[in-house]
Design a protein around this ligand. Structure first.
Ligand code: GLU
Length: 448
């Protein structure tokens, strides 16, 4: 049997970490088994769907690298249409739902009731064979026992979640339904619908919830809940994906940093842990630091340039060698890429404000003649390289009878606007003589 799984988000709210983890587990299972990963947008709730939420789902999955495999944009789910990877949209599939409801009505398995259509729910207990949770026997609750039947088409003609979800899983030949445990309570209804359509239900695997660090249920307002917080917050997808793998799955050997290829090789449904997972921002940040440090140059440049671009710096305006040399001075120094514009933006703009704290401490009147002397020493240097800059600065400090730091701090502030950043001598070398002298002159003028 060829595995076919799907991620089926409703675009009524923004993609959150639980949804991303569900998508990832489906993707992992598809890649592990050589199966197919389908993306289906469950957009039947017209009043609550938004295009912005659809975009975040698509961007978020692409950012994580969870490419989906098929889905003709026409919404015709008759089969894979290679080369056309639009996701399926339920809003394009209304005719399929109508046909299925007609079939149930004509066979007496559903009936009209006050303008709506209700499904005749089985009165027998339903046993769910879940790959994660085990066997779950669902009896009718007292309230359900009074009227077990449920609405599948509302009186306004709109088909209901249970119906469209099952029709699509059936028509898309989904073999495994891997989804959040919050859907376990719907599953007896879904199994009954599959039976009514005369087909076996897929294998279910309900994955545990993600909790806040304090054990409360995570909601979209909690810190770290929304995927956009990672995408915009300077995280790298490698670290986030690795972290998501560890939420209710483990390689069983205490390792936490794992190459994705290895997870794909080892991932299987029975290993999904039964206990709820707790969100651990420190572990995620640790992974982030590990990945950021180990990136090869090209990936580091790519992510840095992207982060700078988002902050409004156009690195294309500078020679490639200059950009690379500038970024080399930042490698290993930052954890989150959104720190980079603040850390290294000075390389890419000549006009910047000086940090007020630095001005108070370092742009004091007695530092002006010192900085002037340093400027003159730098002006005489050729080549303008880190080792010589360091020797020159220390010589000037010696002549002035002050410690090197007395010159280092105002020089850094003058050339970067900040009190901390990349190694001073290296950043001066990268900036080059012309820029450094201009910036020192600007600072000297500012010092009155
Ligand atoms: N649209 C449902 C949701 O977002 C999908 C549930 C399922 O995966 O079956 O929760």
């Amino acid at each position: 049997m060829k595995v076919r799984v799907r991620f089926a988000p409703s675009p009524t709210g923004f993609l959150h970490i639980g949804g991303a983890r569900t998508a990832l587990f489906n993707w992992l299972y598809a890649r592990h088994t050589g199966g197919t990963f389908v993306l289906r947008i469950e957009d039947t709730d017209v009043a609550r769907n938004t295009q912005a939420a659809v975009n975040v789902i698509l961007d978020g999955l692409r950012w994580l690298g969870l490419e989906w495999d098929e889905g003709p944009i026409t919404g015709d789910a008759t089969g894979p249409d290679k080369g056309d990877c639009g996701p399926y949209f339920q809003s394009h599939r209304k005719a399929n739902y109508r046909a299925r409801v007609e079939a149930l009505l004509s066979r007496g398995l559903a009936y009209e009731h006050e303008g709506a259509v209700k499904f005749k729910m089985t009165r027998e207990p339903v046993v769910i064979h879940d790959a994660v949770v085990g066997d779950v026997r669902r009896e009718l609750t007292d309230r359900e026992a009074a009227d077990p039947d449920f609405v599948i088409v509302r009186s306004d003609g709109e088909p209901v979640f249970h119906l469209v979800n099952v029709v699509d899983d059936l028509e898309m030949n989904i073999t495994h339904v891997i989804r959040g445990e919050d859907h376990l309570s719907n599953t007896a209804k879904h199994i009954a619908l599959f039976r009514a359509f005369g087909v076996p239900s897929p294998q279910y695997a309900h994955i545990p919830l993600i909790l806040n660090p304090d054990g409360t249920k995570m909601s979209k307002r909690d810190q770290g809940a929304l995927m956009t917080a990672y995408m915009d917050g300077g995280f790298v997808p490698e670290a986030v994906v690795n972290y998501l793998c560890l939420l209710s799955w483990s390689p069983k050997d205490n390792r936490e940093k794992l190459p994705l290829a290895e997870v794909v090789e080892r991932f299987d449904l029975p290993q999904i842990l039964r206990a709820n997972a707790r969100f651990d921002r420190d572990k995620l940040l640790w992974l982030q630091g590990e990945y950021a440090r180990e990136f090869g140059d090209d990936r580091f440049y790519e992510l840095s340039i992207h982060a700078l671009g988002r902050a409004g710096f156009d690195t294309n305006l500078f020679p490639v060698d200059y950009v690379k040399a500038a970024l080399d001075t930042c490698k290993g120094k930052i954890k989150l890429f959104n720190e980079l514009p603040g850390y290294a933006g000075f390389y890419f703009k000549d006009e910047f404000d000086y940090t007020p704290d630095g001005v108070k401490k370092d742009f004091i009147p007695e530092n002006k003649p010192r900085l002037q002397k340093l400027r003159d020493a730098f002006a005489g240097l050729s080549p303008f390289i880190a080792v010589d800059l360091e020797i020159a600065l220390k010589r000037v400090a010696g002549e002035l009878g002050v410690k090197a730091g007395v010159l280092v701090h105002p020089a850094r502030l003058a050339c970067t606007g900040n009190t901390a950043g990349p190694s001073l001598y290296h950043l001066l070398e990268v900036l080059g003589k012309d820029r450094v002298l201009l910036r020192l002159d600007r600072a000297l003028a500012r010092m009155g």
